[in-house]
Design a binder for this molecule. Structure first.
Ligand code: MV4
Length: 499
């Protein structure tokens, strides 16, 4: 839907493919042409290169945008598109290959003088070598599959006694998951932040960075909420990370949209934060809208223009960041059942809108959410002049959002946005696990249940419209600042009203 919308905004006809279970999906309904390509199993449909290229040939498509998942980082697919005379809207197969292996990527970083987590840039051949490296960089260490990513095949090792068995386990999981048992070692960064830098390169040698995204709120390596800019990145750090990200992209002869992932450590005292190259994602990311909102750029429009051979219509100095954006990934998952997928028919849909709210959604009433694919249903993004306003708008929008017939994680965001540590931007990759643990340990929050019931029942609770108390001067007069005036006007929160 995201790519289809950009095509239509650019006057480009959109051809889509769909599997048997996606016959009624929104992208099929909105496309100019839709082609069935096979059974629900991805190998029979969305991962089937020959079937997809056959549709490109039959439809006369000029180019293919791979989206976010499936074949989007598959170098063979990018190559096959080129061989079939269809433009792949993304990097070249060679650039994908250069970044696909984490050790090859680290070797490229070494050559480019890019800081990466201390450790090896090649797989370790023996336990003895692993022990020597771990001894040099110090425990704890992280064992990682060279062909891996997204946390699969990783092992955290705290002491040397665990190293041998952890190395064997990591190697066999890497072989099983990726058909490549190469495992390398890094110094483990404890409770890091995950901050990624958006880069964009045209095919005429211009590469720019578009600011960073804070992606530390993850659950089991699945991003849940992202924001831009990162609350801890100042202009100087942004420039330094951006320049490194551009060097990474240039080292891979990268073109089109890409994302360079960093780990950022949080030294106890507030000394300079360190950022380390982690990996590069050779595709557009799901969370790209937060970057679009703070830069005013449309990344899919730009991807299509780059693929059509156009030069970037701006230079690095023209890129400016304004405001703050936060994205909630709305998943078809049941928060009361360990976030298991919750497929089924959407019987009721009330969607938020209004100032500063963007909703990228593929839901409609009557749609049957299939169990076969990633449970992402929609992305709700709140934008404001600062983080506080973005949070306020997103909180308001979530109170307008209701999906009936299936379970979603909407309630999780209400909790996250009102969490004190979140409000104070005390974020790291362990944040969500700690918050969920606190919720599990706490008795059921009946107030929230009452709130949901009230919203579901369409109950309109008249907010106690608190009038400014008598002692207040009119706002903006004399001694009081605007904030004080507003703070004394704060209406009773919806929860108090419900009580
Ligand atoms: C790390 C790390 C700590 N130290 N590497 C997880 C998935 C993959 N992108 C890399 N990951 C990590 N690598 C070192 N040397 C911690 C993680 C990590 C993580 C990183 C980013 C976002 C979420 C994460 C959740 C758990 C672990």
């Amino acid at each position: 839907m995201r790519v289809l919308r950009a095509c239509h905004e650019m006057g480009i006809a959109a051809v889509v493919v769909y599997s048997d279970v996606d016959r009624a999906a929104l992208h099929v309904r909105k496309a100019d042409e839709a082609y069935p390509i096979g059974a629900a199993a991805a190998s029979e449909s969305y991962l089937n290169i020959d079937k997809i290229l056959d549709v490109a040939r039959r439809s006369g498509a000029d180019a293919i945008h791979p989206g976010y998942g499936f074949l989007s980082e598959n170098a063979k697919f990018a190559q096959a598109c080129g061989d079939a005379g269809v433009k792949f809207i993304g990097p070249t197969a060679a650039a994908m290959d250069a970044m696909g292996s984490k050790t090859r990527a680290r070797q490229a970083m070494e050559r480019a003088g890019v800081p990466f987590v201390p450790g090896t840039s090649r797989g370790v051949e023996s336990t003895k070598e692993a022990e020597q490296v771990a001894g040099r960089i110090g425990y704890p260490v992280m064992l990682k599959a060279a062909a891996g990513g997204g946390g699969k095949g990783m092992r955290l090792v705290h002491v040397s006694e665990q190293l041998k068995s952890a190395l064997e386990a990591a190697r066999s999981e890497a072989e099983r998951s990726f058909g490549d048992s190469e495992v390398y070692i890094e110094k483990a960064i404890i409770n890091p932040r995950h901050i990624e830098m958006q880069v964009l390169a045209d095919e005429h040698g211009t590469t720019v960075y578009l600011g960073e995204r804070e992606c530390s709120l993850q659950r089991r390596h699945q991003k849940v909420l992202e924001e831009a800019p990162s609350p801890i990145v100042d202009a100087d750090m942004r420039r330094r990370m951006g320049e490194v990200a551009v060097r990474v992209a240039q080292a891979a002869a990268y073109t089109n949209a890409g994302t360079v992932e960093f780990l950022v450590d949080q030294p106890e005292n507030d000394q300079q934060k360190n950022f380390y190259f982690l990996e590069m994602n050779t595709r557009l990311q799901v969370e790209h809208p937060v970057t679009e909102l703070i830069t005013g750029l449309d990344l899919v429009h730009l991807q299509i223009r780059i693929a059509a051979g156009e030069k970037l219509p701006f230079r690095q100095d023209d890129v400016s960041i304004r405001g703050h954006a936060i994205e909630c990934r709305i998943y078809a998952e049941d928060p009361d059942n360990n976030y298991f997928p919750s497929p089924g028919k959407i019987s009721l849909l009330q969607e938020p809108s209004g100032p500063g709210i963007r909703l990228d959604s593929s839901m409609y009433e009557g749609w049957n959410v299939p169990i076969d694919y990633d449970p992402l249903l929609a992305k709700l993004i709140g934008y404001g002049t600062d983080r506080e306003q973005a949070i306020a708008r997103l909180t308001r929008a979530l109170s307008e959002y209701f999906v009936g017939g299936i379970k979603t994680n909407i309630s999780l965001f209400r909790r996250i946005l009102r969490d004190a540590d979140f409000g104070a931007a005390k974020l790291d990759t362990g944040f969500l696990d700690r918050m969920l643990k606190r919720i599990e340990d706490k008795p059921n929050d009946s107030r929230a249940a009452a709130e949901v019931a009230a919203i579901a029942a369409g109950m309109f609770v008249a907010l106690g419209a608190a009038t400014p108390d008598a002692s207040n001067d009119a706002p903006g007069s004399g001694s009081r600042t605007a904030d004080n005036a507003v703070s004394s006007w704060k209406t009773a929160s919806r929860r108090e009203a419900l009580r």
